[in-house]
Design a protein around this ligand. Sequence first.
Ligand code: NIG
Length: 380
Amino acid sequence: MTLAVDRIGMLVTNDPALGEGPLGLVRDASVVIADGLVLSVGPAGQVADERIDVGGACVLPGFVDSHTHLIFAGDRAEEFTARMTGQPYDGGGIRVTTEATRTASGDELRALTASRIAELRAGGTTTVEVKSGYGLNVDDEARILRLASEFTDETTFLGAHLLPTEFEDRADEYVELVCGPMLAACAPHARWVDAFCEKGAFDVDQCRAVLDAGREVGLGLRLHGNQLGHGPGVQLAVESGCASVDHCTYLSDADVDALAGSDTVATFLPATDFSTRQPYPDARRVIDAGATVAVATNCNPGSSYTTSMSFCIALAVREMGMTIDEAVQAATVGGATALRRTDVGRLTPGSAGHLAILDAPSHHHLAYRPGVPLVRQTIC
Ligand code: NIG
């Protein structure tokens, strides 16, 4: 069974060999999908068993959202409301969500997650990374990751998200638990390990211990770094060979140089800076230095309660100095690189047939029409 997505006015392939510029733009195109993979990219009118006529619309690879904390219960609207009147964000609300998540049943968490997945699919996201980190004990972290693997292959163990209340003043003991029994219970359900490297969360030695332990059992590495202030996160991520260091809101020149000289992706989460009233990172400086960048939602109930990659693209363009082309690239192939994937984030023969059809003639509208739900259909 083959499917032709036909009469595409502007196709973003992310393959410069297929079309114009770094986005590999092809006009008046069609894409044929067979067995879930792109069979061919060609002019409009390619023949297939089935056909979707998009009538001149723009089509792009499905978004790759490489950073979410999608599995949680509870609501922190009050915390957000207080922040909008000047209360600073410090991550302490992670404990509030942990409490709510621990007490939610499996069925409740599954239903909440399914509705968030439906929301992000409707917004054009076809690949999503999901972290644990609201269990913070062996059973709940493993439960969250088992559930996450029902929805995605990109699952991340984040036992080192915040010290749970019952370990107050016993951080090193908690890190031993994370690196020992918790990792053993979680690794079978995880592809990645992550830690929150920040004042008030875990220090550089504790994060290094978590990354080393994860590497030891075969997990890929990623890190939350430089979110709330300058710190050692980016340097640790680069030294450890992390696929991605996420947030990167506060970067020194040495951090930018380290990123540029590495294959660690700098993943920006602009909806977080929006929702926490933090300054936005200067993505221009990072891109100009030669680093690879991604843009993701960081969907979570505390610092960024959105599944909208379009919103993140608009913020990256308006507030972070990225061109629209760069932001769209960062939200597709950039996210794929942050997950070390070459099969998604692009529409080239052999890649996944994951795409978003816009109600717009070009990808520029994603930033030009902020807040407007422009994804007409997601194919995944
Ligand atoms: O990436 N920074 C750590 N974790 C999340 C926030 C989670 C929360 O506040 O619940 C983040 O912003």
